[in-house]
Write a protein of this length. Structure first.
Length: 330
């Protein structure tokens, strides 16, 4: 759900031994591999996979001894949440100040940054050989808790930014820094059954249905909302599935969503037409996907059939492990 780091970094990881898990009698089909684990009380929120196969940074995910590399420290910010790639090796991240322990966020301290990884290189020990170029795109002064990011238009440089505080989903022009509220619906704002929890969280545009898919942790909803050609809301949102703490996700062209379910420590596949869901990996009693937060597909020949998942690690709960990255071979 959230990542809070004393040093904000973009990370890369490697694979270890496999395990197979089940959930409430349903057998998951994914073999879960530990890629990299950070110390206890480190929370990993989101991830993105580069075309090279590196998990948003500098470490080959197939190496035997992964060493995370610090890409950039965002001075004045202690939290990085959403991450999205608009053009090749051109990533955008949401940065702000948020406590995963208290769920408190500082309004007015949220921004979108551009991270250019085209020149980023590291040595084998994880030290930086050639730095990334980082610049601020926009201060979202109204932002209460910027979370998930999703692409609307690569050509126009437009991305969605979900505000988990207000429930507003903004459109941000990453080339000009302009932004405006595009979506606000009764299903994207805070509400029952967990009104103190974050609202709109993950967000992804699906061109085939001209809809924006989203999760709302507070309302325990995974839903969608129609949008017009300019990306603004064009009708009422609808629920696809509800009843769990759905976090970030991926929607494919076949109409399937792969969703990280934070509260159940599992990953599910949802048929967005029928709302039917199937557990892919994890279960409520395992720690391998403890408080899983986001998923992303592998992008090389070696891992194209695999998912990478980030986990919070259960920060603040009785059952806590280090935040980290896992790989699920399907």
């Amino acid at each position: 759900m959230f990542r809070t780091l004393s040093l904000a970094a973009l990370l890369g990881f490697a694979s270890l031994a496999p395990a197979l898990y089940t959930d409430h009698g349903h057998h998951g089909v994914g073999h879960v591999h530990e890629v990299y684990t950070f110390p206890v009380n480190t929370s990993v929120e989101n991830l993105a996979v580069r075309r090279t196969g590196q998990v948003l940074a500098s470490i080959d995910p197939f190496c035997a001894d992964p060493k995370p590399a610090l890409v950039h420290e965002f001075e004045g910010y202690n939290s990085l949440l959403g991450i999205v790639e608009v053009e090749h090796d051109q990533f955008y991240v949401a940065a702000g100040n948020f406590s995963v322990f208290t769920l408190e966020s500082v309004t007015g301290w949220w921004a979108i940054f551009h991270v250019d990884l085209s020149s980023f290189r590291t040595h084998e020990n994880g030290s930086v050989k050639s730095a990334a170029t980082v610049e601020k795109v926009a201060d979202i002064r109204e932002g209460e808790l910027l979370n998930g990011l999703g692409i609307f238009s690569v050509e126009e440089g437009l991305i969605y930014a979900a505000d988990s505080g207000s429930g507003i989903i903004y459109l941000v022009d990453v080339y000009t820094g302009d932004y405006w509220p595009a979506i606000q619906d009764p299903l994207t704002i805070k509400g029952a059954p967990l009104p103190s929890y974050p609202a709109a969280n993950g967000v992804h545009y699906h061109a085939a249905t001209q809809s924006v898919y989203f999760t709302n942790v507070a309302q325990e909803v995974f839903g969608r909302v129609p949008v017009s050609v300019n990306g603004s809301q064009a009708g009422a949102a609808e629920i696809i599935v509800q009843g769990s703490l759905y976090d970030d996700f991926w929607v494919d062209d076949a109409g399937n969503a792969i969703v990280a379910v934070y509260g159940n420590n599992n990953i599910i596949r949802v048929d967005v037409a029928s709302g039917k869901s199937t557990v892919i990996a994890g279960n409520a009693n395992s720690t391998e996907l403890e408080s899983v937060t986001a998923v992303a597909w592998g992008r090389t020949v070696r891992d194209r059939g695999s998912l990478y998942a980030s986990r919070n690690g259960g920060v603040g709960s009785p059952k806590v492990v280090g935040g980290g990255i896992m790989r699920i071979d399907l």
